[in-house]
Design a protein. Structure first.
Length: 290
């Protein structure tokens, strides 16, 4: 019996959250084509034969001087030290420099390179990308091509990861799929819906706070506040006659219902907190519950 922690790291938009969802075969991590979508650590508990793998999805590694981004980067770097093995994820389209920057962080535990989105390129392109990584073969423990859409790759990846996990009793009940607080998952689903329904610049200065979750019979009531950084953005989130926030709520409710497997009554509010994303004290309170 083996049990251990795997940190999923890589640059933004490499597909880390999609990989987590595909391995779990359940959507618990938000997915977006927008940069820096993942703000909080989300974990997935996967049983593979008699072994337990606990995956930690982290914010993307990137260079930034912005307060919010820097806190997310720090969270990702910290996760590199708090695990048994690292899964470094890179899209097949990514430049090798992202991996070189990762190596400069001097990871202390074994790591596996996962080349994602291989279903989108031909064999020649994939082989060329693999050859670029071969110059670093003394650094990584294995390199694996992967596609979140093709289940064939799942067993290959899990088999390889188990090799580097310690012999250890299960950390969690084998029936659990995550230990992440349900409120964090719900607010990320709402944030994902904001990303999908608003223009590019608005989501980055928007956050979500779950105010209340109340289960009553077969219905779960959720009240949440969308935090906006300016009056103009608040107006856009609300939309004409409240049309936009209704659309956001409808999309988010469907996502939450699919995971919760029950009827959800979601009520959204919008609160103005000017420049909250530049205030480190507010950031820590909102993003990391400090």
């Amino acid at each position: 019996m083996k049990s251990g922690f795997i940190s999923i790291v890589g640059r933004t938009n490499a597909g880390k959250s999609s990989i987590l969802n595909s391995l779990l075969e359940e959507k618990i991590a938000m997915v977006s084509h927008k940069q820096n979508a993942t703000r909080r650590k989300i974990n997935a508990i996967i049983m593979h034969n008699d072994d337990q793998l606990i995956f930690i999805d982290t914010p993307g590694l990137h260079a930034s001087s912005k307060s919010m981004n820097q806190l997310m980067i720090d969270l990702a770097i910290k996760s590199i030290a708090d695990c048994d093995v690292i899964l470094f994820v890179a899209s097949v389209y990514d430049d090798i420099i992202d991996y070189e920057n990762f190596l400069k962080l001097n990871p202390k535990v074994p790591h596996i390179v996962l080349i994602n989105k291989v279903d989108l390129v031909d064999k020649e392109t994939l082989l060329k990308k693999l050859s670029q990584y071969n110059q670093f073969s003394s650094n990584f423990s294995a390199i694996i091509p992967y596609s979140a859409k093709v289940k064939f790759y799942k067993k290959i990846l899990l088999d390889e990861l188990v090799k580097y996990l310690p012999e250890h009793p299960y950390y969690y009940d084998s029936e659990f799929i995550t230990t992440t607080n349900e409120k964090d998952i719900y607010r990320d689903f709402i944030l994902e819906s904001i990303y999908e329904n608003l223009s590019d610049e608005i989501p980055y200065t928007t956050e979500v706070k779950i105010d209340r979750v109340k289960e009553l019979n077969s219905i779960c009531y959720i009240n949440a506040t969308i935090i906006s950084s300016s009056n103009s953005h608040k107006a856009m989130i609300l939309g004409k006659d409240g049309a936009t926030i209704k659309r956001i709520g409808k999309d988010a409710r469907k996502k939450i219902e699919k995971l919760a497997q029950r009827k959800i009554m979601l009520k959204l509010f919008v609160h103005l907190e000017k420049n909250w994303h530049k205030n480190e004290q507010i950031l820590k309170k909102i993003l990391y519950d400090e």
